[in-house]
Design a protein around this ligand. Structure first.
Ligand code: XMP
Length: 514
């Protein structure tokens, strides 16, 4: 039996973080829409109710039948989850006099309550709510207070309910991880058995059962998710997996050859298709970013389909979809933030079933699984790279010549990120979520080289820190690093005479320039 914590999502921006924290304590958890509590599931050991943008008395507030789980499992309410339970059981929730937001300290907490095991006096917590619980229902009592908030946490031991009005999942709640661990491990009894090794064992077994002797097709992109997915499937079904890697001509310098070699080294059965001529021909004269994306998407599907059709008896299409892709697609507030990147478009008549073995994993877990499978570190740690590749990093028309210039500049930048080791021993490359170079081809500026005047393009360097690409901050790269990269690019790459560093965060900018 695989123990599981269910997190009911009431629409808070930090629900995913709760999930990540629980996985960090080697416990499996599933984030479900607030009204989709599973009817029959013997694996559940506890339930967490997330925060929400709503007030409990809003007319559209998300409500649930608490009897589906209260009394059956230990329950932890967070913020709105705490207010919802207090309100539903007959307590009072009212608008807070001033919005309770930011740092606060637990001036009092019930020291012998298992939720606060290991807590220090005045532990810092992070508040973010417009309402507050002014009166607790019968049978409930306060177990912690801050300067402003009397019922900062409460419990009902008979019904095995615990709740906090602050956000233990965010880093600003300094003992937040401890609190979640106290709940998951001590109160719910997690055996902490969820690990990359156990994931590989169970998934390989399940894939063998699910796929039997069927043939499976998978589109490789060179990225971490599809590569880990392929390696996992290879472990389960070996040669029955056929991978297709399409080179659209806009990959990084020597990427196609390097990645093909890495895949072969992993024992994967890969068909590499060089379709760059077709892509460049179709992109000729096109400058609009959306039109570029559409052409690349369409061409990719055409090339992939043509190869996939050659594998006559294929029954499955495997994809490296990961958990955040699905949570975002399922977002309960109805707003699609990022559309689910499917290979998509495979003709219906091929009747392929979808196989997505990584669909429960967060990005860092995918990397752990990759390591567990013995994949090379360079492949496992790769930064995300957009499907349309350098085409969205060349402003305006894409030509093979511009791609070569950008590849050369980008290669200098990325290699330098790998080679620059910080004081803590970690390479700069591993400190950033994603980095890349952008060719500002519609812009030309004057420079001087030797005695010659130059009139060439600038490139912009981009590096961001992020958890999931939904928001990102520009990375504060050291000046000496930037100085060296700029110098190397301008001296070595013909066609570039100026280097800029992009200091925009997302939002309001995006990571890619197009
Ligand atoms: P933005 O530019 O929207 O990028 O901040 C967020 C993340 O998504 C990647 N990205 C793409 N990935 N196809 C992809 O597979 C695309 O068309 C695409 N556009 C952006 C981007 O590199 C970043 O990691």
């Amino acid at each position: 039996m695989q123990q599981k914590i269910v997190i009911l999502d009431f629409g808070s921006q930090t629900t995913q973080l709760i999930g990540r924290r629980i996985r960090e304590m080697d416990t499996f958890c599933e984030i479900l829409p607030y009204n989709k509590f599973p009817k029959e599931d013997d694996n559940i050991i506890g339930v967490i109710l997330s925060g929400s943008p709503f007030s409990v008395y809003d007319k559209d507030a998300f409500k649930v039948d608490l009897s589906e789980f209260v009394g059956k499992y230990p329950v932890l309410g967070i913020c709105y989850g705490a207010q919802l339970m207090a309100y539903t059981f007959g307590g009072k929730v009212e608008p807070a006099g001033s919005r309770e937001y930011g740092r606060a300290h637990l001036q009092y907490f019930e020291a012998d309550n298992p939720l606060f095991k290991g807590f220090e006096k005045d532990s810092q917590v992070w508040m973010s709510h417009g309402d507050t619980i002014t009166q607790l229902p019968e049978g409930f009592h306060a177990i912690a207070s801050t300067e402003q908030v009397k019922n900062a946490a409460y419990a009902n031991p008979d019904q095995r309910i615990w709740a906090v009005q602050y956000h233990p999942e965010v880093h600003h709640s300094l003992q937040g991880f401890q609190l979640l661990k106290n709940f998951v491990v001590d109160i719910c009894g997690s055996r902490q058995e969820w690990s990359a090794a156990s994931f590989v064992d169970t998934t390989v077994k399940e894939l063998k059962e699910q796929l039997g002797n069927d043939r499976v097709i998978l589109g490789l992109s060179g990225g971490v998710d599809s590569s880990v997915c392929a390696t996992l499937l290879n472990r389960a079904i070996g040669k029955n997996l056929t991978c297709i890697f399409v080179d659209h001509g806009m990959l990084r310098k020597n990427e196609f050859v390097k990645v093909m070699d890495a895949y072969k080294g992993l024992g994967l059965n890969v068909i590499g298709v060089d379709a760059s001529a077709k892509f460049f021909a179709d992109l000729k004269g096109v400058t609009d970013p959306e039109a570029k994306r559409k052409i690349i998407g369409r061409d990719f599907i055409e090339v992939f389909d043509a190869e996939a059709r050659k594998i006559k008896d294929a029954k499955w299409l495997a994809q490296g979809t990961i958990y955040p892709d699905r949570i975002e697609s399922l977002n309960i507030t109805g707003k699609v933030i990022k559309s689910h990147h499917n290979v998509g478009g495979l003709p219906e008549e091929m009747h392929l079933q979808l196989c997505e073995p990584l669909k429960w994993l967060f990005k860092d877990e995918v990397r752990r699984v990759g390591r567990q499978l013995g994949m090379p570190e360079r492949l496992v740690k790769r930064h995300p790279f957009p499907g349309p590749g350098l085409a969205v990093r060349i402003l305006g028309e894409v030509t093979p010549g511009k791609v070569r210039v950008l590849q050369d500049a980008d290669d200098i930048y990325i290699e330098a990120l790998h080679n620059y080791v910080c004081e803590d021993g970690v390479a700069l490359y591993d400190k950033v979520w994603q980095a890349g170079t952008v060719l500002l081809s519609p812009v030309k500026s004057v420079g001087v080289m030797g005695d010659e005047r130059t009139y060439e393009n600038p490139v912009a360097l981009r590096a961001v820190t992020s958890m999931d690409a939904m928001t990102a901050d520009w990375a504060h790269l050291p000046y000496d690093f930037l100085a060296k990269v700029s110098n190397d690019i301008i001296n070595k790459v013909k066609g570039v005479n100026r280097v800029c560093y992009d200091i925009s965060s997302k939002p309001p900018s995006t990571i890619e320039w197009e």
